[in-house]
Design a protein around this ligand. Sequence first.
Ligand code: AMP
Ligand code: MG
Length: 407
Amino acid sequence: MKSVDQHLADVLSVVHALSPIDLQLAETHGCVLAEEVHAPAPLPAFDNSAMDGYAVRAADLVGAATDKPVSLAVVGDVMAGSWQAEGVSAGSSVRIMTGAPVPGGADAVVPVEWTDGGLANVVIRRAPPPGNYIRRAGEDVRAGEVVARRGGVVHATRLALLAAVGRDHALVHPKPRVVVVSTGDEVVEPGQPPRPGQIYDANGYALTALVAEAGGDAYRAGIVSDDADRLVAILDDHLIRADLVITSGGVSVGERDVVKKALAKLGTVRFERVAMQPGMPQGFGTIGPDSTPIFCLPGNPVSALVAFEVFVRPAMARLAGRLSYTPDVVTARLLSPLSAPAGKRQYRRAELSRSDDGWVVRPSGDTGSHQLAGLAAANGLIVVDEDTTQVPTDAEVDVLVLTRAGR
Ligand code: AMP
Ligand code: MG
């Protein structure tokens, strides 16, 4: 049997970052940058007011106080988005709004709260230090400074920064387009009454959702019966839109394990036994003219979903252009003992929570790889290494955090 680490290494040796494309800024959301972005100009681009008030010369107001107010002429108004050509000279001021450029000659802003709010003349009851409430050009970002690095994800706040420095497009790795296919004569769509022996397609929905949550563009291609020619035809149809294909079912040694039969013939897809529980049978390779990577995951839902976390998620990160991928693993104190098989890495559904002295974790009762209820309730997988068969209460264990949108 092959080790989990070896299988992941084999997968990652085949999967490469998708070629960068230049996208409109809004479309880059969630993608990984393939360029280093520099600020073409300083941010803010000009000195501007942090308050609604009056642009003044601080020297005119030295000593101003409630009992010693100073009156200045108001010679103009400057709004955000406008530009005051006339400067502020000694004894005068310009009414200014938040975000408006500070007029020449002024070196401080007096907020309206320190004044009588006058329009022709203003009475000021407090002396501003030089620079008061002025946001200086370049104090956020200097011209030429790197604002986003290659390999960084364009999340919402990074998008804000790119827009703020004026970028309307960026070179990014596109999101991986992932096609999900369920296989099995017995598998049907939820919503129709099942005939005896039929089951609903849990994997197709779960894998498609996991792909989307992992930042991919997910496409659920539906269910294919256990017919090798049909499967090859469906895969052929969808390859055009796929950077990655995921199938579930049909990879064990059963009579109808057609995924294995159909793809083993195509050459590069290998079906192996990986030393893990659940998820032992795993198929992986490439298909089609573009050597599109394909994962053939086991049909048991828990096995398929664990395999997604352990192999597919890192592969998607690689396709998406992430420079590195580290699974989200925390150390937690075990609240009840567990046993695990020798020679296999076990992933045990569990409920992870914070306590006063750190993370604690409780394995959930059910361990069958068909049992979904415990998985749906779990927010972590306890990882028990190959050499360990018994883990006592209070032992420190590694837990793979299951990040779930909406939890
Ligand atoms: P297989 O790998 O095809 O032998 O399937 C193993 C087990 O997983 C069988 O009990 C299947 O009925 C079940 N199974 C296969 N595909 C799905 C699916 N899409 N959703 C839920 N269960 C499935
Ligand atoms: Mg099957």
